[in-house]
Design a protein around this ligand. Structure first.
Ligand SMILES: Cc1ncc(COP(=O)(O)O)c(C=O)c1O
Length: 402
């Protein structure tokens, strides 16, 4: 008999759920414990090393004794590097003293912004499907989720004005956007952002713009930072970014937010009572990453471009399956509706019978049903064998439905 715990968690906590990736990871571990060898094309963790000059900057900072408490807003040198980067790459002007704050990764930036902005019962509009790690911090901060249902149009997930309007209610306060968009790979165009900007203005919404995949775009798709795209948006936008993906620095836990001084001041209040910012020497290395040579970023983009082509080539021509070619990020969505089996069942069968792990699109919201997310954050032999297993599994499932 399982005994009830002596101390129960708060109701706020018992409302939280693991992300899809973490839930599937628990299943993967069970299978591995039984001796099954699995190839995972699931996680958004780059397999590339953090560039050497960034590691060296960190070592230098440590040796120079940069180990005291950081400025809780972020070290000034880091905030200045962020301001210079936002100007150089995004055409944005933010004042390092009042409009920028350092955070422990984008994850904590998102949490801090929500904590600073939401009152109990406020609604947060979230595209569906979307990176599911947004759900829990919204709940933790007292917010309620309203889905903006997206759809596939011409091999691309899109958010229409009608879908936005259908989600609005008097309680709506924040809209979260992620461009390039995890999991679906769409990079929003300037015209699409302008529609969203007008919508935010009409309904007095704050935009939380998660731009963590900005550097990873393909072909003609180019990242446009929403506050730079549309007049008036800057005053109602919190830009969230981190170094995790751009510089292969997931474990360093360093990111930043930029926004109007009043919102950044409220976020500072949250930060000063909680994490108090990334470690001082980590911020020095992050300043070097943003301000130093960007050759490493171009090299990573070239590598992901090759992998993207490898994924498309390996998964094209499977009856009942279409690849939605990603415009950005390192995930490809497969439209598997033509197989005629629910996406979670396909995922489970791929894992059990074909030793390959992907995420079912429904894990990211009901509008993701009928799709699978395939990660190419890892490459090499792992990607090649995973893609071969995926192709074989999908072919076999389609065949068995005839
Ligand atoms: C859209 C999106 N935002 C934020 C994060 C988390 O970023 P960080 O490592 O900076 O906390 C991820 C990680 O996968 C992500 O996909």
């Amino acid at each position: 008999m399982v005994r009830a715990p002596v101390v129960a968690p708060s109701t706020r906590i018992s409302d939280l759920r693991p992300t899809a990736v973490n839930a599937i990871l628990a299943e993967v571990r069970e299978h591995q414990a039984r001796g099954q060898s699995l190839v995972s094309l699931m996680r958004g963790e780059p397999d590339l090393a953090t560039p050497e000059h960034i590691v060296e900057a960190c070592a230098r900072a440590l040796k120079a004794g940069r180990t005291a408490y950081p400025d809780n807003r972020g070290e000034l040198g880091f905030r200045e590097a962020v301001a210079a980067k936002l100007h150089r790459d995004n055409g944005l002007q933010y004042h390092p003293a009042t409009e920028i704050i350092a955070t422990t990764g984008a994850t904590f930036g998102i949490y801090t912004a929500l904590a600073a902005l939401l009152n109990e019962g406020d609604e947060v509009l979230l595209p569906d499907p979307i990176y599911d790690a947004y759900y829990s911090p919204i709940r933790l901060c007292g917010g309620r989720i309203r889905s903006v249902t997206s759809k596939i149009e011409g091999l691309r997930f899109v958010i229409t004005e009608e879908a936005l309007e259908a989600a609005i209610s008097p309680a709506a306060r924040v809209l979260i956007l992620n461009t390039p968009w995890n999991p679906v790979g769409t990079v929003l165009t300037r015209a699409e952002i302008e529609i969203i900007a007008r919508f935010c203005e009409r309904h007095n919404l704050i935009l939380l713009s998660d731009e963590i995949y900005e550097a990873i775009t393909y072909g003609d798709a180019k990242h446009v930072s929403p506050p730079a795209a549309a007049q008036g948006l800057r005053e109602r936008c919190v830009l969230v970014n981190s170094l995790s993906k751009t510089y292969a620095m997931t474990g360093w836990r360093v990111g930043y937010c930029a926004g109007p001084a009043s919102i950044i001041q409220s976020m500072f209040m949250v930060l000063a009572q909680s994490s108090r910012g990334p470690a001082t020497f980590i911020q020095d290395a992050a300043a070097e990453a943003l301000g130093g040579s960007q050759k490493c970023v171009a090299e990573m983009r070239t590598e992901y471009t090759k992998r993207r082509e490898q994924v498309i080539a390996a998964l094209t021509g499977i009856p009942g399956v279409s690849v939605l070619p990603p415009e950005g990020g390192f995930f490809a969505m497969l439209d598997v509706r033509g197989i005629g089996i629910p996406s979670n069942e396909i995922r489970v069968r791929l894992m059990q019978e074909h030793d390959v792990v992907v995420v079912h699109g429904a894990a990211y919201g009901p509008a993701g049903e009928g799709t699978l997310r395939v990660s190419f954050a890892s490459g090499g032999a792992k990607l090649a064998s995973g893609l071969a297993a995926l192709r074989a599994g999908l072919l076999q499932m389609k065949e068995s439905r005839k």
